[in-house]
Design a protein around this ligand. Structure first.
Ligand code: GLU
Length: 515
Protein backbone atom coordinates (compact mmCIF):
# COMPACT_ATOMS: atom_id res chain seq x y z
CA UNK A 1 0.00 0.00 0.00
CA UNK A 2 1.24 3.46 -0.90
CA UNK A 3 1.37 5.51 2.28
CA UNK A 4 0.11 9.04 1.75
CA UNK A 5 -0.95 11.28 4.61
CA UNK A 6 -1.81 14.92 4.91
CA UNK A 7 -1.93 17.86 7.26
CA UNK A 8 -4.96 19.90 6.27
CA UNK A 9 -5.12 23.09 8.32
CA UNK A 10 -7.73 25.77 7.86
CA UNK A 11 -6.00 29.15 7.90
CA UNK A 12 -8.41 30.57 10.46
CA UNK A 13 -5.97 30.82 13.36
CA UNK A 14 -2.33 30.64 14.41
CA UNK A 15 -0.53 27.32 14.29
CA UNK A 16 -0.72 25.82 17.75
CA UNK A 17 0.46 22.81 19.70
CA UNK A 18 -2.48 20.58 18.74
CA UNK A 19 -2.15 21.28 15.02
CA UNK A 20 1.58 20.80 15.01
CA UNK A 21 1.22 17.54 16.91
CA UNK A 22 -1.14 16.35 14.14
CA UNK A 23 1.27 17.54 11.45
CA UNK A 24 4.25 15.95 13.18
CA UNK A 25 2.57 12.57 13.67
CA UNK A 26 1.58 12.56 10.00
CA UNK A 27 5.13 13.42 9.02
CA UNK A 28 6.62 10.75 11.31
CA UNK A 29 4.14 8.14 10.14
CA UNK A 30 4.87 8.86 6.47
CA UNK A 31 8.61 8.80 7.03
CA UNK A 32 8.51 5.65 9.16
CA UNK A 33 7.02 3.80 6.19
CA UNK A 34 8.66 5.56 3.27
CA UNK A 35 5.44 7.38 2.41
CA UNK A 36 4.55 10.92 1.44
CA UNK A 37 3.44 13.79 3.66
CA UNK A 38 1.15 16.35 2.02
CA UNK A 39 0.18 19.87 3.06
CA UNK A 40 -3.28 20.91 1.95
CA UNK A 41 -4.78 24.29 2.75
CA UNK A 42 -8.44 23.99 3.65
CA UNK A 43 -9.36 27.60 3.10
CA UNK A 44 -13.02 27.29 2.14
CA UNK A 45 -14.31 29.09 5.21
CA UNK A 46 -13.94 32.52 3.66
CA UNK A 47 -15.45 34.36 6.60
CA UNK A 48 -12.73 33.24 9.00
CA UNK A 49 -9.90 33.08 6.46
CA UNK A 50 -7.02 35.48 6.91
CA UNK A 51 -3.90 35.67 4.78
CA UNK A 52 -1.78 36.33 7.87
CA UNK A 53 -2.59 32.82 9.09
CA UNK A 54 -1.19 31.37 5.88
CA UNK A 55 2.01 33.30 6.47
CA UNK A 56 2.06 32.09 10.06
CA UNK A 57 1.74 28.52 8.80
CA UNK A 58 4.79 28.79 6.55
CA UNK A 59 6.80 30.71 9.12
CA UNK A 60 6.03 28.10 11.76
CA UNK A 61 7.15 25.18 9.63
CA UNK A 62 10.24 27.03 8.49
CA UNK A 63 11.15 27.59 12.10
CA UNK A 64 10.34 24.03 13.16
CA UNK A 65 12.34 22.65 10.28
CA UNK A 66 10.21 19.85 8.93
CA UNK A 67 8.63 19.86 5.56
CA UNK A 68 6.01 18.24 3.38
CA UNK A 69 6.71 16.31 0.18
CA UNK A 70 3.78 17.82 -1.66
CA UNK A 71 2.03 21.10 -0.98
CA UNK A 72 1.05 24.53 -2.28
CA UNK A 73 4.64 25.78 -2.36
CA UNK A 74 6.40 22.52 -3.30
CA UNK A 75 3.82 21.42 -5.85
CA UNK A 76 3.18 17.77 -6.63
CA UNK A 77 1.06 15.44 -8.72
CA UNK A 78 -2.24 16.52 -7.10
CA UNK A 79 -1.86 20.30 -7.50
CA UNK A 80 -3.40 22.62 -6.59
CA UNK A 81 -3.14 21.94 -2.86
CA UNK A 82 -5.25 24.95 -1.93
CA UNK A 83 -8.96 24.21 -1.75
CA UNK A 84 -10.11 27.65 -2.88
CA UNK A 85 -8.37 26.87 -6.17
CA UNK A 86 -10.28 23.62 -6.58
CA UNK A 87 -13.87 24.83 -6.34
CA UNK A 88 -14.89 23.56 -9.79
CA UNK A 89 -13.93 20.08 -8.72
CA UNK A 90 -16.18 20.15 -5.69
CA UNK A 91 -19.10 21.37 -7.77
CA UNK A 92 -18.56 18.49 -10.14
CA UNK A 93 -18.60 15.98 -7.29
CA UNK A 94 -21.63 17.57 -5.64
CA UNK A 95 -23.38 17.22 -9.00
CA UNK A 96 -22.40 13.55 -9.09
CA UNK A 97 -24.11 12.97 -5.74
CA UNK A 98 -27.16 14.90 -6.93
CA UNK A 99 -27.28 12.77 -10.05
CA UNK A 100 -27.11 9.49 -8.20
CA UNK A 101 -29.70 10.57 -5.62
CA UNK A 102 -27.32 10.78 -2.66
CA UNK A 103 -27.68 14.53 -2.27
CA UNK A 104 -30.44 17.08 -2.77
CA UNK A 105 -30.98 20.78 -3.28
CA UNK A 106 -32.12 22.75 -0.29
CA UNK A 107 -33.87 26.07 -0.78
CA UNK A 108 -34.35 26.93 2.88
CA UNK A 109 -33.17 30.38 3.80
CA UNK A 110 -30.89 30.90 6.76
CA UNK A 111 -33.82 32.70 8.44
CA UNK A 112 -35.99 29.61 8.12
CA UNK A 113 -33.27 27.39 9.52
CA UNK A 114 -32.89 29.76 12.44
CA UNK A 115 -36.65 29.70 13.02
CA UNK A 116 -36.62 25.89 13.10
CA UNK A 117 -33.81 25.98 15.61
CA UNK A 118 -35.61 28.46 17.85
CA UNK A 119 -38.90 26.60 17.69
CA UNK A 120 -37.21 23.35 18.68
CA UNK A 121 -35.41 25.07 21.47
CA UNK A 122 -38.68 26.52 22.76
CA UNK A 123 -40.31 23.07 22.56
CA UNK A 124 -37.27 21.51 24.23
CA UNK A 125 -37.14 19.08 21.34
CA UNK A 126 -34.40 16.45 21.32
CA UNK A 127 -34.01 16.99 17.57
CA UNK A 128 -31.30 19.34 16.45
CA UNK A 129 -30.08 20.63 13.12
CA UNK A 130 -31.89 20.78 9.84
CA UNK A 131 -35.44 19.36 9.65
CA UNK A 132 -34.89 17.83 6.17
CA UNK A 133 -37.74 19.84 4.66
CA UNK A 134 -36.29 19.93 1.12
CA UNK A 135 -35.38 16.25 1.09
CA UNK A 136 -38.85 15.46 -0.23
CA UNK A 137 -38.82 17.91 -3.16
CA UNK A 138 -38.91 16.14 -6.50
CA UNK A 139 -35.28 16.13 -7.78
CA UNK A 140 -36.20 17.22 -11.33
CA UNK A 141 -38.26 20.09 -10.06
CA UNK A 142 -35.46 21.06 -7.64
CA UNK A 143 -32.88 20.95 -10.44
CA UNK A 144 -34.95 23.37 -12.46
CA UNK A 145 -35.19 25.79 -9.57
CA UNK A 146 -31.59 25.52 -8.43
CA UNK A 147 -28.94 28.10 -9.10
CA UNK A 148 -26.10 26.80 -7.07
CA UNK A 149 -24.18 24.65 -9.50
CA UNK A 150 -25.52 25.79 -12.81
CA UNK A 151 -25.08 29.46 -12.05
CA UNK A 152 -22.97 31.54 -14.38
CA UNK A 153 -23.39 32.32 -18.06
CA UNK A 154 -26.87 33.71 -18.31
CA UNK A 155 -28.44 31.23 -15.87
CA UNK A 156 -30.51 32.43 -13.00
CA UNK A 157 -32.20 30.44 -10.35
CA UNK A 158 -33.15 30.23 -6.73
CA UNK A 159 -30.41 30.50 -4.17
CA UNK A 160 -29.83 27.07 -2.66
CA UNK A 161 -27.38 24.69 -1.10
CA UNK A 162 -26.67 21.01 -1.70
CA UNK A 163 -27.19 18.64 1.21
CA UNK A 164 -26.09 15.06 1.75
CA UNK A 165 -28.98 12.60 1.93
CA UNK A 166 -27.98 10.52 4.92
CA UNK A 167 -29.50 7.02 4.66
CA UNK A 168 -31.84 6.82 7.63
CA UNK A 169 -32.56 3.81 9.80
CA UNK A 170 -29.04 2.42 9.27
CA UNK A 171 -25.77 2.25 11.15
CA UNK A 172 -22.37 3.42 10.00
CA UNK A 173 -19.46 1.37 11.25
CA UNK A 174 -15.80 2.07 10.68
CA UNK A 175 -12.55 1.04 12.23
CA UNK A 176 -10.29 3.51 13.93
CA UNK A 177 -6.66 2.40 14.13
CA UNK A 178 -6.45 3.58 17.72
CA UNK A 179 -9.99 3.42 19.08
CA UNK A 180 -11.15 0.22 17.40
CA UNK A 181 -14.63 -0.25 15.91
CA UNK A 182 -16.79 2.83 15.97
CA UNK A 183 -20.50 2.51 15.41
CA UNK A 184 -22.89 5.38 14.80
CA UNK A 185 -26.63 5.40 14.18
CA UNK A 186 -27.18 7.42 11.02
CA UNK A 187 -30.23 9.06 12.58
CA UNK A 188 -27.91 10.54 15.21
CA UNK A 189 -25.58 12.10 12.68
CA UNK A 190 -25.89 15.84 12.01
CA UNK A 191 -29.02 15.74 9.77
CA UNK A 192 -28.19 16.06 6.09
CA UNK A 193 -25.29 18.49 6.35
CA UNK A 194 -24.61 21.03 3.64
CA UNK A 195 -21.97 19.95 1.13
CA UNK A 196 -22.05 22.94 -1.19
CA UNK A 197 -22.91 26.39 0.08
CA UNK A 198 -25.05 28.93 -1.77
CA UNK A 199 -21.90 30.85 -2.79
CA UNK A 200 -20.71 27.75 -4.61
CA UNK A 201 -17.98 27.03 -2.04
CA UNK A 202 -17.84 23.55 -0.58
CA UNK A 203 -18.12 22.88 3.13
CA UNK A 204 -15.28 21.20 4.98
CA UNK A 205 -16.96 17.80 4.65
CA UNK A 206 -17.24 17.76 0.87
CA UNK A 207 -13.86 19.30 0.13
CA UNK A 208 -12.10 17.12 2.68
CA UNK A 209 -13.52 13.84 1.40
CA UNK A 210 -13.09 14.69 -2.29
CA UNK A 211 -9.50 15.78 -1.74
CA UNK A 212 -8.52 12.86 0.45
CA UNK A 213 -9.81 10.62 -2.31
CA UNK A 214 -8.23 12.51 -5.23
CA UNK A 215 -4.95 12.92 -3.40
CA UNK A 216 -4.96 9.19 -2.67
CA UNK A 217 -4.63 9.72 1.05
CA UNK A 218 -4.16 6.30 2.61
CA UNK A 219 -4.43 7.27 6.28
CA UNK A 220 -6.23 10.14 7.95
CA UNK A 221 -4.47 10.95 11.22
CA UNK A 222 -6.30 13.81 12.84
CA UNK A 223 -7.34 15.15 16.22
CA UNK A 224 -10.08 13.37 18.11
CA UNK A 225 -12.36 16.36 17.84
CA UNK A 226 -13.00 15.29 14.24
CA UNK A 227 -14.24 11.85 15.26
CA UNK A 228 -17.89 12.96 15.10
CA UNK A 229 -17.43 13.98 11.45
CA UNK A 230 -16.00 10.65 10.41
CA UNK A 231 -19.29 8.65 10.14
CA UNK A 232 -20.50 11.38 7.83
CA UNK A 233 -17.35 11.11 5.76
CA UNK A 234 -17.67 7.34 5.60
CA UNK A 235 -21.24 7.75 4.30
CA UNK A 236 -19.92 10.13 1.65
CA UNK A 237 -17.17 7.73 0.54
CA UNK A 238 -19.85 5.09 0.11
CA UNK A 239 -22.13 7.49 -1.72
CA UNK A 240 -19.33 8.13 -4.21
CA UNK A 241 -18.49 4.44 -4.39
CA UNK A 242 -14.97 5.08 -3.07
CA UNK A 243 -12.95 3.15 -0.50
CA UNK A 244 -12.44 5.27 2.60
CA UNK A 245 -8.90 5.76 3.92
CA UNK A 246 -7.80 4.27 7.23
CA UNK A 247 -8.71 6.55 10.12
CA UNK A 248 -6.77 7.23 13.28
CA UNK A 249 -8.03 9.87 15.70
CA UNK A 250 -5.22 11.12 17.86
CA UNK A 251 -5.57 11.52 21.62
CA UNK A 252 -6.57 14.95 22.89
CA UNK A 253 -3.99 17.28 24.37
CA UNK A 254 -5.01 18.55 27.80
CA UNK A 255 -3.68 21.01 30.32
CA UNK A 256 -2.64 19.81 33.80
CA UNK A 257 -6.21 20.43 35.00
CA UNK A 258 -7.65 17.87 32.57
CA UNK A 259 -9.27 20.54 30.38
CA UNK A 260 -8.49 20.91 26.70
CA UNK A 261 -5.20 22.76 26.27
CA UNK A 262 -5.89 26.43 25.71
CA UNK A 263 -4.44 29.87 26.28
CA UNK A 264 -5.54 29.66 29.90
CA UNK A 265 -2.78 27.11 30.47
CA UNK A 266 0.00 29.16 28.89
CA UNK A 267 1.47 29.64 25.44
CA UNK A 268 -0.16 27.46 22.81
CA UNK A 269 0.69 29.12 19.51
CA UNK A 270 4.07 28.15 18.15
CA UNK A 271 5.22 31.71 17.51
CA UNK A 272 4.75 32.47 21.21
CA UNK A 273 7.11 29.62 22.08
CA UNK A 274 9.61 30.91 19.53
CA UNK A 275 9.47 34.41 21.01
CA UNK A 276 9.92 33.04 24.50
CA UNK A 277 13.24 31.51 23.55
CA UNK A 278 12.35 27.89 22.94
CA UNK A 279 14.40 25.89 20.50
CA UNK A 280 12.46 24.21 17.71
CA UNK A 281 14.21 20.90 18.38
CA UNK A 282 13.05 20.94 22.00
CA UNK A 283 9.49 21.77 21.08
CA UNK A 284 9.36 19.07 18.40
CA UNK A 285 10.91 16.50 20.70
CA UNK A 286 8.35 17.24 23.38
CA UNK A 287 5.38 17.43 21.01
CA UNK A 288 6.34 14.04 19.60
CA UNK A 289 5.69 12.58 23.05
CA UNK A 290 2.16 13.96 23.34
CA UNK A 291 0.16 10.79 23.08
CA UNK A 292 2.87 8.46 21.77
CA UNK A 293 5.79 6.52 23.18
CA UNK A 294 9.01 5.38 21.56
CA UNK A 295 11.79 2.98 22.30
CA UNK A 296 14.77 4.64 23.99
CA UNK A 297 16.83 6.78 21.68
CA UNK A 298 20.24 5.60 20.53
CA UNK A 299 21.91 8.28 22.65
CA UNK A 300 22.43 6.29 25.85
CA UNK A 301 23.36 9.42 27.82
CA UNK A 302 20.11 11.08 26.80
CA UNK A 303 17.54 8.33 26.22
CA UNK A 304 14.69 10.83 26.06
CA UNK A 305 16.30 13.02 23.42
CA UNK A 306 15.35 12.15 19.87
CA UNK A 307 16.30 13.66 16.57
CA UNK A 308 13.56 14.01 14.01
CA UNK A 309 15.05 11.18 11.95
CA UNK A 310 15.14 8.95 14.95
CA UNK A 311 11.52 9.72 15.81
CA UNK A 312 10.57 8.91 12.24
CA UNK A 313 12.37 5.58 12.50
CA UNK A 314 10.68 4.67 15.78
CA UNK A 315 7.16 6.03 15.24
CA UNK A 316 4.35 3.49 15.12
CA UNK A 317 0.58 3.77 15.38
CA UNK A 318 0.82 0.82 17.79
CA UNK A 319 2.63 3.06 20.23
CA UNK A 320 -0.09 5.70 20.39
CA UNK A 321 -1.94 6.10 23.67
CA UNK A 322 -5.67 6.15 23.91
CA UNK A 323 -5.64 8.31 27.01
CA UNK A 324 -5.39 12.06 26.51
CA UNK A 325 -1.94 13.55 26.66
CA UNK A 326 -1.19 16.11 29.34
CA UNK A 327 0.87 19.09 28.29
CA UNK A 328 3.53 19.65 30.90
CA UNK A 329 5.22 23.03 30.48
CA UNK A 330 7.90 22.06 33.03
CA UNK A 331 8.89 19.01 31.02
CA UNK A 332 9.09 21.14 27.89
CA UNK A 333 11.35 23.56 29.76
CA UNK A 334 13.56 20.64 30.74
CA UNK A 335 13.86 19.68 27.08
CA UNK A 336 14.73 23.22 26.17
CA UNK A 337 17.51 23.31 28.74
CA UNK A 338 18.85 20.00 27.44
CA UNK A 339 18.94 21.21 23.87
CA UNK A 340 20.58 24.48 24.88
CA UNK A 341 23.37 22.51 26.59
CA UNK A 342 23.94 20.47 23.47
CA UNK A 343 24.71 23.60 21.42
CA UNK A 344 28.26 24.72 20.78
CA UNK A 345 29.14 28.17 22.11
CA UNK A 346 29.10 29.52 18.56
CA UNK A 347 25.64 28.11 17.87
CA UNK A 348 24.29 29.38 21.14
CA UNK A 349 25.73 32.85 20.58
CA UNK A 350 24.04 33.01 17.22
CA UNK A 351 20.72 31.94 18.71
CA UNK A 352 20.90 34.35 21.65
CA UNK A 353 22.17 37.35 19.71
CA UNK A 354 18.78 38.57 18.43
CA UNK A 355 17.42 38.56 21.98
CA UNK A 356 20.47 40.45 23.22
CA UNK A 357 20.15 43.09 20.52
CA UNK A 358 16.45 43.42 21.19
CA UNK A 359 16.97 44.31 24.84
CA UNK A 360 19.84 46.65 24.00
CA UNK A 361 22.57 44.61 25.67
CA UNK A 362 25.28 46.34 23.67
CA UNK A 363 23.97 49.76 24.52
CA UNK A 364 24.56 52.82 22.40
CA UNK A 365 27.43 51.28 20.50
CA UNK A 366 24.92 49.48 18.34
CA UNK A 367 24.21 52.08 15.73
CA UNK A 368 21.36 50.37 14.00
CA UNK A 369 19.12 47.81 15.56
CA UNK A 370 20.53 45.30 13.19
CA UNK A 371 19.31 41.76 13.87
CA UNK A 372 22.44 40.28 12.35
CA UNK A 373 24.49 42.14 14.87
CA UNK A 374 26.68 43.52 12.14
CA UNK A 375 27.27 46.63 14.16
CA UNK A 376 28.84 44.76 17.04
CA UNK A 377 32.43 45.64 17.70
CA UNK A 378 34.94 42.83 17.48
CA UNK A 379 35.43 43.10 21.23
CA UNK A 380 31.67 42.80 21.92
CA UNK A 381 31.38 39.87 19.58
CA UNK A 382 34.25 38.09 21.32
CA UNK A 383 32.88 38.79 24.78
CA UNK A 384 29.42 37.67 23.79
CA UNK A 385 30.75 34.40 22.43
CA UNK A 386 32.92 33.82 25.49
CA UNK A 387 30.01 34.53 27.82
CA UNK A 388 28.02 31.64 26.38
CA UNK A 389 30.07 29.08 28.30
CA UNK A 390 29.17 30.91 31.52
CA UNK A 391 25.43 30.61 31.05
CA UNK A 392 24.91 27.52 28.93
CA UNK A 393 24.36 25.29 31.97
CA UNK A 394 21.96 27.79 33.52
CA UNK A 395 19.61 28.69 30.71
CA UNK A 396 16.11 27.35 30.34
CA UNK A 397 15.21 29.86 27.61
CA UNK A 398 17.37 31.65 25.07
CA UNK A 399 15.90 35.00 26.04
CA UNK A 400 17.28 34.67 29.58
CA UNK A 401 20.84 34.94 28.32
CA UNK A 402 21.03 38.76 27.91
CA UNK A 403 19.91 39.41 31.47
CA UNK A 404 22.27 36.84 32.91
CA UNK A 405 25.31 38.27 31.15
CA UNK A 406 24.33 41.93 31.26
CA UNK A 407 26.94 42.63 33.99
CA UNK A 408 29.69 41.82 31.51
CA UNK A 409 28.57 44.54 29.12
CA UNK A 410 27.50 47.28 31.50
CA UNK A 411 28.93 48.12 34.89
CA UNK A 412 26.45 46.63 37.33
CA UNK A 413 24.75 48.84 39.87
CA UNK A 414 26.62 48.44 43.14
CA UNK A 415 24.27 46.75 45.59
CA UNK A 416 23.79 47.69 49.24
CA UNK A 417 26.75 47.12 51.55
CA UNK A 418 25.12 44.17 53.31
CA UNK A 419 25.17 42.26 50.05
CA UNK A 420 28.96 42.15 50.12
CA UNK A 421 29.23 40.83 53.66
CA UNK A 422 29.79 37.07 54.07
CA UNK A 423 28.05 35.21 56.89
CA UNK A 424 29.56 35.84 60.30
CA UNK A 425 31.67 38.74 58.96
CA UNK A 426 31.29 42.48 59.37
CA UNK A 427 31.97 45.44 57.12
CA UNK A 428 35.57 45.93 58.23
CA UNK A 429 36.34 42.28 57.62
CA UNK A 430 34.60 42.45 54.26
CA UNK A 431 36.73 45.38 53.17
CA UNK A 432 39.81 43.41 54.18
CA UNK A 433 38.60 40.42 52.16
CA UNK A 434 37.96 42.54 49.11
CA UNK A 435 41.39 44.10 49.39
CA UNK A 436 42.87 40.64 49.23
CA UNK A 437 40.59 39.99 46.30
CA UNK A 438 42.03 43.05 44.60
CA UNK A 439 45.57 41.78 45.12
CA UNK A 440 44.80 38.52 43.37
CA UNK A 441 42.54 39.75 40.60
CA UNK A 442 45.40 39.85 38.13
CA UNK A 443 46.26 36.16 38.60
CA UNK A 444 42.62 35.14 38.46
CA UNK A 445 41.85 37.14 35.32
CA UNK A 446 44.93 35.78 33.59
CA UNK A 447 44.55 32.14 34.67
CA UNK A 448 44.45 29.74 31.73
CA UNK A 449 41.40 27.88 33.05
CA UNK A 450 38.81 27.86 35.83
CA UNK A 451 40.73 25.05 37.46
CA UNK A 452 43.94 27.07 37.59
CA UNK A 453 42.08 30.08 38.98
CA UNK A 454 40.39 27.92 41.59
CA UNK A 455 43.67 26.33 42.68
CA UNK A 456 45.22 29.73 42.96
CA UNK A 457 42.48 31.29 45.07
CA UNK A 458 42.26 28.18 47.27
CA UNK A 459 45.98 28.38 47.98
CA UNK A 460 45.63 32.08 48.81
CA UNK A 461 42.74 31.43 51.16
CA UNK A 462 44.66 28.68 52.91
CA UNK A 463 47.80 30.76 53.20
CA UNK A 464 45.83 33.59 54.75
CA UNK A 465 43.70 31.27 56.86
CA UNK A 466 40.38 32.48 55.53
CA UNK A 467 37.49 30.53 54.17
CA UNK A 468 37.35 30.24 50.40
CA UNK A 469 33.69 31.26 50.35
CA UNK A 470 34.43 34.36 52.42
CA UNK A 471 37.14 35.42 50.02
CA UNK A 472 35.00 34.88 46.97
CA UNK A 473 31.76 36.50 48.11
CA UNK A 474 32.75 40.20 48.15
CA UNK A 475 34.77 39.71 45.00
CA UNK A 476 31.78 38.14 43.24
CA UNK A 477 29.49 40.98 44.27
CA UNK A 478 32.04 43.58 43.16
CA UNK A 479 32.50 41.95 39.76
CA UNK A 480 28.97 40.83 38.95
CA UNK A 481 26.80 43.07 41.14
CA UNK A 482 25.11 40.08 42.74
CA UNK A 483 25.67 37.28 45.27
CA UNK A 484 24.25 34.79 42.79
CA UNK A 485 25.88 34.94 39.39
CA UNK A 486 27.42 32.95 36.58
CA UNK A 487 30.89 31.54 37.40
CA UNK A 488 33.24 34.13 38.86
CA UNK A 489 36.50 32.96 37.33
CA UNK A 490 35.08 32.92 33.84
CA UNK A 491 33.64 36.39 34.41
CA UNK A 492 37.03 37.71 35.53
CA UNK A 493 38.68 36.20 32.49
CA UNK A 494 36.17 37.72 30.10
CA UNK A 495 36.27 41.16 31.70
CA UNK A 496 40.07 41.12 31.88
CA UNK A 497 42.40 42.47 34.53
CA UNK A 498 41.85 46.16 33.96
CA UNK A 499 38.07 46.17 33.99
CA UNK A 500 37.93 43.71 36.91
CA UNK A 501 40.29 45.87 38.96
CA UNK A 502 38.23 48.94 38.24
CA UNK A 503 35.09 47.21 39.47
CA UNK A 504 36.77 46.00 42.65
CA UNK A 505 38.13 49.48 43.34
CA UNK A 506 34.73 51.03 42.77
CA UNK A 507 33.22 48.67 45.34
CA UNK A 508 36.03 49.30 47.79
CA UNK A 509 35.49 53.04 47.49
CA UNK A 510 31.84 52.51 48.20
CA UNK A 511 32.36 50.15 51.14
CA UNK A 512 34.85 52.49 52.74
CA UNK A 513 32.69 55.54 52.17
CA UNK A 514 30.48 56.81 54.93
CA UNK A 515 27.23 56.73 53.00
N1 GLU B 1 -9.36 21.59 8.02
C1 GLU B 1 -9.51 20.73 9.16
C2 GLU B 1 -8.77 21.39 10.31
O1 GLU B 1 -8.75 22.56 10.35
C3 GLU B 1 -8.95 19.36 8.83
C4 GLU B 1 -9.46 18.25 9.68
C5 GLU B 1 -9.04 16.93 9.06
O2 GLU B 1 -7.86 16.61 9.21
O3 GLU B 1 -9.85 16.30 8.44
O4 GLU B 1 -8.20 20.80 11.18
Amino acid sequence: MKIRVRYAPSPTGLQHIGGIRTALFNYLFAHSLGGKFILRLEDTDRTRFDESYVKNLYDTFNWLGFKWNEGPDTGGPCSPYIQSERTDLYKKYAQELLDNGQAYYCFCSSERIEEVRKKREAERSSETGYDRLCRSIDPDEAAKRAAVIKSGAGKTGESCTVRLKIPLGEKTIFQDQLLGDIEWLNDDINPDPVLLKSDGFPTYHLANVVDDHLMEVSHVLRAQEWLASTPLHVIMYRAFGWTPPEFCHLPMVMGQDGKKLSKRHGATSIDEFAKQGYLPEALLNYIALLGASYEESSDSKHPEIYTLDELARLFSLKKLNKAPAVFDYKKLEWYNGQYIRMKSDEELAQLCLPYAIKVGLFGGTLLKNNEDGEELTEQQRKMFLASMSLVKERLVFLNEAPEKIAYLFKEPVIPAKEEFIPKKADLAKTIELLQIGKEIVKELAQAGSDEQAENFIKAEAEKREIKLGDLMMPLRVAITGSRVSPPLFGSLRILGEECSLRRVQRSLDYLTSTH
